[in-house]
Ligand binder design. Sequence first.
Ligand SMILES: Cc1cc2nc3c(=O)[nH]c(=O)nc-3n(C[C@H](O)[C@H](O)[C@H](O)COP(=O)(O)OP(=O)(O)OC[C@H]3O[C@@H](n4cnc5c(N)ncnc54)[C@H](O)[C@@H]3O)c2cc1C
Length: 296
Amino acid sequence: MKTELLQFQEVLQDVSLKPYNTLHIGGVCKYMVFPHTCEELQQLLLTIQENHLKYFILGNGSNVILSDEYYDGVVILLSHFDQIVYEGNQVHVGAGVLMPKFSMDVVSKGYSGFEWAVGIPGTIGGCIVGNAEAYKESTFDYLVDVTVLYQGTIQVMKKEELSYAYRTSFFKEHPGYVILEATFQLSKGNYEESMEIIKKRKEKRMNTQPLEFPSAGSVFRNPLNADPSGKLIEDIGLKGTSIGGAQVSQKHANFIINTGNATSNDVRNLIELVHDEVKKHYGIDLEMEQEYVGWD
Ligand SMILES: Cc1cc2nc3c(=O)[nH]c(=O)nc-3n(C[C@H](O)[C@H](O)[C@H](O)COP(=O)(O)OP(=O)(O)OC[C@H]3O[C@@H](n4cnc5c(N)ncnc54)[C@H](O)[C@@H]3O)c2cc1C
């Protein structure tokens, strides 16, 4: 191990990435670091820069397609950035907190706002980057500000300074920013009513999404002025199409599932096949929602 990286409290070497993403694919990374504080993260990024190492911030890995290739760099996980602090009708939440946990915490404290998000298996950081949304509500709808680390400096960015749209945000276009914490606006809630909404949302997902298999959620964004991607894919008979262990879900055609032993190449080849078939049949160039990571 590079001695420079030994100074950090929690460093692993030669780690399989499979358990760290919801599709359960991917190769081995050289280093995985779990910083405990902002200062440690600052120092880590400086060390990475000085040693010309590659790095990547991984949330819960629920929107990425990781390569099977060896990742000769540092994967950083912010799972220790896990604080949730309420202040009036606002809440400050660490980037590493999982959205389902946050959503339930908000309800349990008597607030309302994030019932829609209970089934999104991402971290707060990942949900801000991709402006995660469901049932016509999105992460940015409730955002007040984001605390980031950028070029060695911690700064607070107000929502007004940040561009965002359907499943995207300023941060998707500017990967140099590391999200540390976010502040969200809540309203006073009613526990029973919120739990009823959550129950319905969970049931709907169970019935419409292949939650029994590893996946990374919807593969493609829904195109403008056309049917949703899932319907386009289903209507040309691609449900159930497989390459190796990757399969277009029978339950929801915009999900590609890992039936057990999918490689990253299986998943990527299947994504490309679906994309090309949709293009051939409808002339629509579907855009990926998921992100390829580690494919040089
Ligand atoms: C079963 C299932 C259902 C889903 N349903 C939905 C849904 O309803 N709506 C929806 O919008 N999405 C959905 N998704 C997709 C996914 O959960 C979201 O996109 C989520 O926001 C991704 O968060 P993550 O922590 O997993 O991010 P990752 O996949 O780990 O990372 C995504 C991107 O964010 C970056 N990133 C992560 N954390 C930080 C940080 N702290 N600072 C800077 N960059 C960071 C990464 O570098 C990467 O570029 C679903 C996924 C699954 C598997």
